[in-house]
Ligand binder design. Structure first.
Ligand SMILES: Cc1ncc(C[n+]2csc(CCOP(=O)(O)OP(=O)(O)O)c2C)c(N)n1
Ligand SMILES: [Mg+2]
Length: 658
């Protein structure tokens, strides 16, 4: 109440009503050691209803994670450790960024899947719950989370995957911003989860001196005992309880309660109404005892871990490498080199690269949202990641092939959950056009700088007959607009190989945009510059007069246009620009070498919106682009009809020169 009142905005109601549940979790259930927030044996906690960030900040303060009362006093202000919503990498003890409702829940599903994959890498035969690599993933979620579609996708997959280490506490308070959820929500949330294959329980937390913390504790214990299914506890709470007037109102969700209401509430609770941010030293000493529990649990875990180490010396080296965030020796040598005599789609090249990486990186795994045969994301012989009793072909609980089903948005969040686990490297594929369906999660990956790799194929009208619904036009532009996301569109199979290696080395969120159709293969020796994002692929003969800047399948058009222009005596350079973000990171001297400021005759060539290219072509330049939706026809026809051809590039170059 005081923190929100002080800054004048925020979400007090849910932080009040969820306080008993959060306290119970952090003090009694969560396996954590505040002295070592990155302990690999810890349970993960995800606050999916991120607006109630105070719920978590207060427990982080109580548990001794380094947050102090002054940090709560600085809630939601510039530079504080207590921003409006929990942010990964910003506040110690926050496992993932949340705020867009449903993201946290779906990310937690990814964390629970990652736990199983990691135990498969290191301790596959241990009994469930007995391995140092086993832990629980706890989630708080609200009405908003369970209403969001992404949660339906993720819950469905979690049930199918029988993620027994996942426990969701759903804050069933019948209130969201517009007031009573009667206005928009009537389904039986537990029945829906039961239908997804979850273990379900309901607890009424109760009010008025009769808060049933024991009932909640029993339900949490039951949920932990349930190892064959994910578990959800629907917890009936009264938002803003015990504030006399604010409780059970939509207003208490997102507004300061006001000095008078706060004073009344403090009086009701037997506290001094005139004192703000009151924390009795005895109370603080008591709650901080949780650090002792943490140290003890950690010490017990260490014993188990030492036993594991002694039994698995071979695996210790792998764990050390993954903890150090290092790539294996021999990765570069393992990367495929493609024969220039053979044309190949870049998705096909990526498929070969993925399999080559998989040979040397056991931590590398991923899959597709039901398009594996199109995206070419399958690790051959990797086994399908599925529960032990699955009847699907090649099913194994530790499989390297993820089958997301047609659930792109959940796929995005699940990849985030895996990536923030920090040990493994996940990738996920769909058609580039459906990056829109996962964009909410991609944005969070970029915000967190989580090392997720997207394999987005069928990257332009070059996919042909499926037509405009499937042909991305604005997507490269829209994705480049996300800060911190590397959008990579290699020109050919060899650039694809070079770019994949850089993506692995950079450990940042990266999107590969790959062709469905074959493209000519460039000699490997010519494309090494791709790691700089943009480089001179073909130099001008004679005086440099015009620069053609192209990406992906359009690089061949630029090369062919260059031939024509050179024949006509126009000195033409071709710059291949697979990743503008990487190029922009290069020193000015390098960028000026590739794109000399004095040469203002510049043409960009990309089968998509021109918007990102103006900054490279400048006011004297031209863009060969696509400013409208595509159509259903053979791709050769589409490029011709829409004027994305070598002739169009030649014409544009001449316009610039004149
Ligand atoms: C994707 C998304 N849409 C909308 C919002 C804005 N928003 C924040 S909280 C909220 C209501 C959430 O209701 P509930 O989860 O029941 O929260 P409670 O008030 O019970 O804490 C909304 C619409 C958001 N954060 N994320
Ligand atoms: Mg609610």
């Amino acid at each position: 109440m005081d923190a929100v009142q002080k800054v004048g905005n925020g979400h007090p109601g849910t932080a009040m009503s969820l306080a008993p549940a959060a306290y119970l979790l952090y003090q009694r259930f969560l396996r954590h050691d505040p002295a070592d927030p990155s302990w690999i044996g810890r349970d993960r906690f995800v606050l999916s209803n991120g607006h109630t960030s105070l719920t978590q900040y207060i427990q982080l303060f109580f548990s001794g994670y380094g947050l102090e009362l002054s940090d709560l006093e600085a809630f939601r202000t510039w530079g504080s450790k207590t921003p409006g919503h929990p942010e990964y990498g910003h506040t110690v003890g926050i496992e993932t960024t949340t705020g867009p409702l449903g993201q946290g829940y779906a990310t937690a599903v990814g964390m629970a899947m990652d736990t199983r994959y990691v135990r498969g890498l290191f301790d596959p035969v241990a009994e469930v719950g007995r391995s140092p690599f086993d832990h629980h993933v706890w989630v708080f979620a609200g009405d908003g989370c369970v209403q969001e579609g992404i949660t339906g996708e993720a819950a469905s997959l979690a049930g199918h995957q029988k993620l027994g280490n996942l426990i969701v506490i759903y804050d069933d308070n019948h209130i969201s911003i517009e007031g009573n959820t009667e206005v928009s929500f009537s389904e039986d949330v537990l029945a829906r989860h039961a239908a997804y294959g979850w273990h379900t329980q309901h607890v009424d937390l109760g009010v008025d001196g009769d808060v049933d913390v024991q009932g909640l504790a029993r339900a949490m214990r039951n949920a932990m005992d349930e190892t064959g299914r994910p578990s959800i506890i629907s917890l009936r709470t009264i938002i803003a309880w015990p504030a006399p007037d604010a409780q059970n109102t939509g207003k208490s969700h997102g507004s300061a309660l006001g000095a008078e209401e706060i004073a009344k509430t403090k009086s009701l609770m037997g506290m001094d109404p005139d004192v703000d941010f009151a924390v009795d030293p005895d109370v603080l000493a008591h709650v901080r005892e949780v650090t002792q529990r943490g140290a003890q649990t950690h010490a017990q875990w260490n014993e188990l871990f030492e036993v594991w180490k002694a039994a698995h010396p071979d695996k210790v080296a792998l764990l050390d490498r993954l903890l150090a965030k290092e790539l294996p020796d021999g990765l570069e040598q393992a990367m495929p080199v493609f024969d220039p005599a053979k044309a190949m789609a870049t998705r096909k090249a990526s498929g070969e690269v993925i399999n080559a990486i998989a040979e040397v990186m056991p931590e590398f795994w991923g899959g597709s949202a039901d398009l594996a045969e199109s995206n070419l994301t399958t690790i051959e012989g990797g086994g399908s990641f599925l529960p032990a009793d699955s009847r699907a072909p090649a099913a194994t609980p530790y499989g390297r092939i993820l089958h997301f089903g047609i659930r792109e948005h959940a796929m995005g969040a699940i990849l985030n959950g895996i990536a923030v686990g920090g040990l493994t490297r996940p990738f996920g594929g769909t058609f580039l056009v459906f990056s829109d369906y996962m964009r909410g999660a991609v944005r969070i990956a970029a915000l967190m700088q989580a090392p997720v790799t997207y394999v987005w194929t069928h990257d332009s009208i070059g996919l042909g007959e499926d037509g405009p619904t499937h042909q991305p036009v604005e997507h490269l532009t829209a994705l480049r607009a996300i800060p911190g996301l590397d959008v990579v569109r290699p020109a050919d199979p060899n650039e694809t190989s070079v770019c994949w290696l850089k993506v692995l080395r950079d450990r940042r969120p990266a999107a590969l945009a790959l062709t469905r159709q074959n493209v000519p293969t460039l000699p490997a020796g010519q494309v090494a510059g791709a790691i700089k994002g943009g480089y001179v692929l073909a130099e001008a003969d004679g005086e440099l007069q015009v620069i053609l800047i192209a990406t992906g399948s359009e690089v061949q058009l630029a090369l062919s246009a260059r031939d024509t222009l050179q024949e006509q005596g126009v000195g033409t350079r071709v710059v291949s620009m697979p990743c503008t973000e990487w190029f922009d990171e290069q020193p000015v001297a390098y960028r000026d070498e590739v794109l000399p400021p004095a040469v203002t005759a510049r043409v960009s060539v990309e089968a998509g919106r021109a918007m990102p290219w103006y900054k490279y072509v400048g006011t004297a330049g031209r863009c060969v682009s696509l400013e409208h939706f595509g159509a259903s026809a053979a791709y050769e026809t589409l490029f011709e009809e829409f004027g994305i051809t070598a002739e169009a590039v030649v014409d544009a170059a001449k316009q610039c020169l004149s």
